[in-house]
Design a protein. Sequence first.
Length: 236
Amino acid sequence: MRTFRLFTGVLALGIVTALTGCFSWYDYNSANNYGSKRDMPRQDTSRAYQTQQQYAPVSHKITKLEMNQFLSDQVAAMYGVSSAIVMMGDNVAYTAITIDSTASGTRGGEVRGTETNNYGLVRGLYNTYTPQSDYADPSQLISGANGAETEMHHQHLTHLFKQKIGEKIRSLQPTVTDVYITANRNIVNEFTRLAQQSWQGRSLEPYKGHFTELMEATFGTAPTIPNQSESNGREY
């Protein structure tokens, strides 16, 4: 009996080893795991988002502003994304998303906890701060009381998460020259207001200046990687 149990244990260990060797839980192509170490940037894959700003200053001044419903729907359908609004500033895709729990590894960096209080979901309330009122501001997709998750700093969205979004947008619309991605609550709500104007058939032309200011405040214009030629050989 002891021999049989030993044989069974060895056989089970062998099967597990064989399976984990052939089928990794952290496959690079896994659509719902953006945090695996196996998903680190590959040398043969160029970055698909915020590319031009890596080494040179950029400008967010635009001549045309439109909402792209098709790209918005396609990004919103991705694992880890609860909602998405893609605004096209000329040929640059500015993307505001909210995050859900359908994927892991979407947020990293110095992230601590969550930004959204969902206690009302348990209690059957829209807003725990005003429990006597079910009013919801239609211009705010995210209020901080209930709903999908947001992230103040776009740098705290993981690389692979943003990479997959950038690749999706570029594959669907090859004329896109760059992609900017944020889950900032204020930007999500601002994009929601712009989308509502677009859905009603109104031009977004009057909002170009305000939009440029928002994007400059969110992403900046300076290079994200210091110019090594000006750093006297120092590494950052």
